[in-house]
Ligand binder design. Structure first.
Ligand code: 5AD
Ligand code: SF4
Length: 451
């Protein structure tokens, strides 16, 4: 009998990947995924703990799920299993069971492969709950079953997890644990399977992906640059990306790969968080802004058209007006194609959360607005600059409007163009017609001039 599984994913791409992997784990138990929670036999919230807002969303969603669960029980005599997975589960497992006792399973990001056992453990007649937030030595990735369904033209592949950097604002080292790299052979095998099922683009994932140091099975360790070279040899893998990177781990081999691996796309998400050396130091980022500029210079030397992306935090404890001005100046100097920015959010257990130099909320809000204005203007300018360019677009899905298809340019721009569904999975040369704020429109090159 098939059971319906609904997974709601919050947060980063790592969680998107993990949600797919949970679907794989549960497929042999008869669960097949659905797109909405209605009628689900099991609901998993795959949660994010990076900022307070992200965690709070989980508790409001759990309130809605409680009503759904009670309704299914009272009106249909049907049991709905509710699971909380991901980083909120890891960090706040006890809080979840206290605030939301209707949750049946709490599972941290390291133990998804144990979901079948956890499901077997819950017994609705005694309302037993199953909790697993261990950091086991065993490695979840390689205990998970193979992919159950094709992942589509552009897929994620986790190669690294956890972080040893301990930036003063960040919960990742606590929720995802110490840095771990998957053995190179396992990554290559997964990549080959993905390509075999139609994937053309792979984004290598890790919280600190360029710290990758995977065992090559012959007593050596591969860097991310080396891994990318090996992946580039897989026939049919047309595009490679990786995210998220730390500036200090941009080694020469990886930088060189941007010049000599044609499949490595000219786009890099390389967060710096702040443009002030004083704040970088307080954040424990372990590098100055000059180190960052130096990495970007080297990247632009080997790949002049590389599009840069980043993350910024405003209102980190102690950030002065001058520090903030330094961040704006850094952004001006780099010129980003896209970037994410956030108000500093104190996270329990992190050093910065107990600083007495917290910045008032109103100041954070003003700074965020100014920063986003600048970043939006840069993104718009970047999209405008691509007008008239002929770019290869990987067609990923049908677009929002009738007859419209959607894909990505090499620079990660969202591209919309008139096309047909049979083009999904193809890489098609397009002429960029109009650069907009968050996307560009295009026309298929060969169709130009057609009646
Ligand atoms: N407050 C605000 N932003 C944060 N980030 C991580 N931790 C925090 C926090 N406590 C941001 C960083 C990181 C991105 C994933 O989230 O910019 O790069
Ligand atoms: Fe968090 Fe990234 Fe810093 Fe690691 S490098 S602690 S994941 S912000």
């Amino acid at each position: 009998m098939t059971k319906k599984l609904y997974i709601k994913t919050y947060g980063c791409q790592m969680n998107v990947y993990d949600s797919d992997r949970m679907t794989d784990v549960l497929a042999p138990l008869g669960y097949s995924p659905i797109e909405t929670p209605d009628g689900a036999d099991m609901v998993i919230l795959n949660t994010c703990h990076i900022r307070e807002k992200a965690s709070e969303k989980v508790f409001s969603e759990l309130g809605r799920l409680r009503m759904m669960k009670e309704k299914a029980r009272d009106q249909q005599g049907r049991a709905v299993t509710i699971a909380v997975a991901g980083c909120v589960a890891q960090a706040e497992g006890a809080e979840i069971t206290r605030r939301a006792p209707w949750v049946d399973i709490v599972v941290g990001p390291q133990t998804y492969h144990r979901l079948p056992e956890l499901i077997a453990e819950i017994d609705p007649s005694v309302r037993k709950r199953a909790i697993d937030t261990d950091f086991p030595q065993e490695v979840k990735f390689d205990l998970l079953p193979e992919e159950h369904a094709p992942r589509g033209p552009a897929a994620f592949l986790s190669v690294q997890e956890g972080c040893d950097k301990f930036c003063a604002f960040c919960v990742v080292p606590y929720t995802r644990g110490a840095e771990y790299s998957r053995p190179a052979a396992n990554v290559l095998a997964e990549a080959r399977r993905l390509v075999g099922s139609g994937t053309r683009e792979i984004t290598l994932l890790g919280q600190n992906v360029n710290a990758y140091h995977g065992d090559d099975g012959h007593g050596s360790v591969w860097s991310l640059g080396r891994l990318i070279h090996a992946l580039a040899e897989i026939d049919g893998l047309e595009r490679i990306r990786y995210t998220t990177s730390h500036p200090l781990d941009m080694d020469d081999e990886l930088i060189a790969a941007h010049g000599n691996v044609p499949q490595l796309m000219p786009y890099l998400h390389l967060p710096i968080q702040s443009g002030s050396d004083r704040v970088l130091d307080a954040m424990n980022r372990r590098h100055s802004k000059d180190v960052y500029f130096d990495v970007i210079d080297k990247l632009r030397h080997v790949r002049p058209d590389i599009a840069m992306s980043g993350d910024f935090i405003v209102g980190f404890p102690g950030e002065s007006d001058q520090d903030f001005a330094d961040t704006l100046a850094l952004i001006d100097k780099v010129g980003y194609a896209s970037a994410y920015s956030f108000k500093y959010s104190p996270r329990p257990g992190t050093p910065a959360s107990v600083s007495d130099l917290q910045v008032p909320e109103a100041v954070k809000a003003d700074r965020l607005e100014a920063l986003q204005q600048l970043l939006n203007a840069q993104q718009f300018a970047f999209n405008k600059k691509t007008e008239g360019m002929r770019l290869d677009i990987l067609v990923e899905r049908v677009g929002g409007r009738a007859g419209q298809m959607a894909g990505r340019s090499p620079f990660m721009q969202a591209v919309n163009f008139a096309g047909s569904e049979d083009q999904i999975g193809q890489i098609i040369a397009c002429d960029i017609i109009e650069g907009r704020q968050n996307s560009v429109t295009a026309e298929i090159t060969s169709m130009k001039g057609a009646a």
